[in-house]
Design a protein around this ligand. Sequence first.
Ligand code: SF4
Ligand code: SF4
Length: 362
Amino acid sequence: MESILPRILKVSEILPSLGLLPYQEGIVRDACGELLGHKVPGNGTPAFKLYPHNIDEINCLTNDELPRYLFYRYRYDTFPQRLKLDNFPPCMQIEPTSICNYRCPFCYQIDSEFTKKSNGMMGMMSLDLFKGIIDQAEGNCEAVTLASRGEPLVCLNIEEMLAYTTGKFLALKFNTNAWFLDEEKCHAILQAGVNTLVFSADAASEPAYSALRVNGNLDRVHKNIKRFRDIRVKHYPENRIITRVSGVKVPGTDDLDAMDGFWGELVDQVAFVDYNPWENVYDQPANDIPDPCSDLWRRMFVWWDGKVNPCDSDFKSSLSVGMAPSEDLSAVWLSERYMDLRKQHQTKNRSACSPCNRCAVI
Ligand code: SF4
Ligand code: SF4
């Protein structure tokens, strides 16, 4: 953090000369003020801070890009805490496809109602729809993740989609199980300027890997990720991508040292995320969590068919809030249905919403 502060101070000093819109300038000023300890948030919530992975991201950015990053990151972190909104989500997840070749036991892909073709929830986004969504996000949103309920490399248009995002976002993220990561796709990811590439893998040996990544094979995935590393080193030595192997923390497989030993030389970061029962939120017992769900102020999801959803815990879209391209994404973000849902959460009444009443996300 110390090494970042002089850059934050510099941004705060030159802010009026950057030509930002008054609203953007105010957000960046607040972000700098809280990071430098000059400003205390008015409503008792913690001051904005940067986590180690944010500092890694900032270290890849130029000074000219830093104000844009702060505008995004301040809204992403503090708006859910302070229940604030503006006209575009701080983060968008766009789903190239809902189809996956794996059947991980903690994933919605094991729900046969979801994966049964005739139920209409499986499919791939058209290139036209994708381009329309990216056009709306560009300039309004820096954090775009190309993944949600399926494996993005299954999508037949994925290389064209990646090419279309080139140079448009500062926090472009791509999640993959790496099964289909062939040479062409390695180049497509690196040429698109993806900022963070996450490989989903939870184990460093067999049979643990295949027990969690059902239909997968550790040897093939390890070879694919190694090839990605080699292509990056050989052909894109200046590329600023951050690569991460990320596992789901399930009992008996959360040995970070073993993961580090196995994956550490191939990627920049190795991490675990906490398990959430993504596979069956609808069957969980009702809970009485009073806190509002942060996703409602932070992220918006667009499924392959254009359906807009507030989260992917609700993978069968009970809470669906709109439809692209017939509705404008900013209008959906501020729509009556979305606002009603937020109001239920804000007034400690999330038990009135399904499946929020069975979901542990806060
Ligand atoms: S967790 Fe990822 S890789 Fe596993 S089934 Fe779900 S979408 Fe596929
Ligand atoms: S509480 Fe759960 S189901 Fe409701 S919006 Fe948040 S993540 Fe989705």
